[in-house]
Design a protein. Sequence first.
Length: 212
Amino acid sequence: MVTPTTDLGCRHKSGISLAGFLAKSAVNGPGIRAVIWVQGCPIRCKGCFNRAFWSFSPAREVSPEEIIRQIRAIQGIEGITFSGGEPFAQADPLAEVGEQVREMGYTVVTYTGYTYEHLLSGSNPAWNRLLRVTDLLIAGPYIRGESRSPPLAGSSNQQLIYLTGRIHKDPTYGQAEGELVEFSIDSHGTTTITGFPREYRADLIAARCREG
């Protein structure tokens, strides 16, 4: 685990340390969703696809209000997804976003490397606040070598926990063979790769990215 003494960027902030934002994605939760990736993860699972998001230090800090303004401007989405990085390392500002977007009628999906039991046992007010606004929690550390099941999870140990009735479990979602991988190119030519590639393909993509 990473502590404030081992990563000097690991400290409480009122803003969000943002690693990335995608206005529309079809592979980060049920339906079409905006995705917020946060910068910084204390868990750092072996084989993580988003290792660039581990460090808390190199990040662009934005306010919850700025994120909410961006979400209001998007048409045709069903909700938002928090990913990372580790969303529960920035639980308070993300919960503020979640509270407001739920008032807009949107649903909230949150990915975490913590188990659900760990989040409940921590008695952390910020964690509880983020849990209260989360409709679907995808919880547990990524374990390299585990098959990608259930749908939307990176490895089979991860749990899909429906915390409210606002997102309904679809037994057919993500059950088709193959990979959930999405490539998005914005107006500036920036390419975002997201989803759940198979391990050998994730390694290939990571190597190509390091090559520049």
